[in-house]
Design a protein around this ligand. Structure first.
Ligand code: PBG
Length: 349
């Protein structure tokens, strides 16, 4: 038994007020203040805090829309907007000033395709950021087909409406290659198809991008919390839902196996998503794989906090955000993707 378990056991014995053991609890707790003594000042709390957080651990999503003018706020997501290439420049400049280094790019095409997809819009979006900013930004590119297909699913479909797996893996690999060719620092497959990480890794290796890391959305659940995002990425499925390929929240086994498989296929970083519905999985996945595991505070989670704040039900939005980020950290997250990354330095992180 660990010291902590031992101690908790002792406390339990105290509650039962078994005479001999209760005395032992008294010794541990002294005047009853033992758990509070170190919380009396900010300096004391900082001294013993087990999690620290800085803007360096945060990733800011960006939505760059092909053929768009200006920008358009995304309903529910505060200052997050759909951006033209030009508007993106100004936003990234400001975010860099705010200390953000990592961005997750969603490149949204203006034309959708039933079967074939081309990824020139991905090249244009990546170049719009990497050409002017170079190494000042670390740009991860979301790799998925849901913004490109006219049906909104994350896969190409066969004639019967089923998943065309070989075709989908080919398209995802082409998309990853387009991103890497254009200068992306990393790629992030979010589609949840079987074998995508391995296929993308092989393609990158074969096309001279052996150094480009894969940050895989390795444990991604089918969820009600992606709503604001799907509006922004114009990627809502036109029929059915994503439960064929995204994980079922009821299966812990599959949730861990999914990340283990991505690690085995060559993912460099793993991720759980939505963050709040995956808290219990971060440490087991990190332990099983030895990889860094991030948490994605998805659009619905972030929008929920903003909505509480807008209704006056949250007195300090910034403090609430930091609270959630620390919990991801305490659960073992190596990094956090959040629509509030650009607020971090203003908050004091
Ligand atoms: C694309 C993708 C989604 C998100 C990230 N990549 C949506 C989905 O799977 O439907 C969600 C992110 C968010 O809600 O913030 N497949």
């Amino acid at each position: 038994m660990s010291d902590l378990e031992d101690f908790i056991d002792t406390l339990g014995a105290g509650i039962e007020t078994v005479p001999g053991e209760a005395k032992q609890v008294d010794r541990r707790l002294g005047s009853g203040w033992s758990l509070l003594r170190l919380r009396q000042s900010q300096a004391m709390r900082d001294l013993v805090a087990e999690t620290t957080f800085s803007v360096a651990n945060l990733v800011q999503p960006l939505f760059v829309v092909d053929d768009m003018n200006g920008s358009e706020l995304i309903p529910g997501l505060g200052d997050n907007a759909r951006l033209s290439a030009g508007a993106t420049h100004d936003v990234v400049l400001r975010d860099l000033d705010a200390g953000v280094r990592h961005f997750l790019l969603f490149a949204v095409p203006s034309v959708k395709a039933a079967v074939s997809v081309d990824f020139d819009h991905v090249r244009r979006a990546v170049e719009a950021i990497k050409k002017p900013f170079g190494d000042r930004v670390t740009l991860w590119v979301d790799i998925c087909l849901c913004s490109s297909t006219d049906h909104g699913h994350c896969a190409l479909l066969d004639r019967n409406g089923g998943i065309d797996l070989p075709g989908t893996l080919g398209a995802l690999s082409m998309m990853a290659r387009a991103a890497a060719d254009a200068g992306a620092d990393g790629v992030s497959p979010s589609d949840m198809m079987d074998g995508r990480t391995g296929a993308i890794r092989a393609t990158l290796d074969a096309t001279g991008h052996g150094r480009v890391p894969v940050m895989s959305y390795s444990t991604k659940f089918a969820s009600q919390f992606y709503g604001p995002f799907r509006g922004a990425a114009d990627s809502a499925p036109q029929f059915g839902d994503r439960r064929h390929y995204q994980l079922d929240v009821r299966s812990r086994r599959d949730a861990i196996a999914s990340s283990v498989r991505c690690a085995n296929e060559g993912a460099d970083l793993l991720m759980v998503k939505p963050g709040m519905t995956s808290i219990d999985l971060i440490a087991p996945i990190a332990k099983a794989t030895g990889k860094g595991v991030g948490a994605y505070q998805v659009s619905g989670e972030y929008a929920g906090l903003l909505a509480l704040s807008a209704q006056g039900l949250l007195s300090n939005l910034d403090a609430a955000l930091v609270e959630t980020w620390h919990v991801f950290r305490r659960a073992g997250a190596a990094y956090v993707i959040t629509y509030g990354a650009r607020r971090a330095s203003a908050i004091g992180l």
